[in-house]
Write a protein that binds this ligand. Structure first.
Ligand code: AMP
Ligand code: ZN
Length: 158
């Protein structure tokens, strides 16, 4: 797609720090890294999201997964471990509508992600329980990394 951000990166119209590339996929550093290693693996053709990957695109799906392995090796997180994420659609938090797999690593990553945001987005009260976990106190303006970290610490102490 001509005006798609990641298609433009594939065409070299927007610069990116490329980590790995083959005929099918391109991997480059995320512009706003959320971990010491934060790389995106994308198909070179435009596919809107994971949900739009067709049954006839099995090989491309495999190329993306193998691209993740290459990135993990090249960025040095293969043995320490890493997380692979595909945000899909509105509730998945997708912001760029060209399929991409995030590869995050270089530090321990907590789990589960985003319960605080879930509470906010679904209109849960500012404190309460969800899935057996207690959460507290997050306003819409406080969804930054620091607040999330604090929330996670609070949860662990209980
Ligand atoms: P998502 O929210 O899952 O759609 O992820 C989109 C990701 O693309 C975000 O992590 C952004 O930081 C990243 N991003 C946006 N623009 C660029 C860019 N020009 N180069 C590299 N990463 C980008
Ligand atoms: Zn695209």
């Amino acid at each position: 797609m001509s005006d798609c951000l990641f298609c433009r990166i594939v065409r070299g119209e927007i610069p990116a720090k490329v980590v790995y590339e083959n005929d099918h996929v391109l991997a480059f550093h995320d512009i706003q890294p959320q971990a010491p290693v934060h790389t995106l693996v994308i198909p070179k053709i435009h596919v809107e999201s994971l949900a739009r990957l067709g049954a006839q695109q099995r090989e491309l799906a495999a190329e993306l997964v193998l691209g993740v392995q290459q990135v993990a090796r090249l960025t040095g997180v293969e043995s320490s471990g890493y997380r692979t994420v595909a945000n899909t659609g509105a509730h998945g938090g997708q912001s760029v509508f060209h399929l991409h797999l995030h590869v995050l690593g270089g530090r321990p990553l907590s789990w589960p992600p985003g319960l605080a945001e879930l509470g906010e987005a679904c209109g849960y009260p500012p404190a309460g329980h969800f899935a057996g976990l207690r959460w507290s106190s997050l306003g819409c303006s406080t969804l930054g990394k620091d607040r999330r970290t604090r929330w996670q610490l609070r949860r662990r102490r209980q």
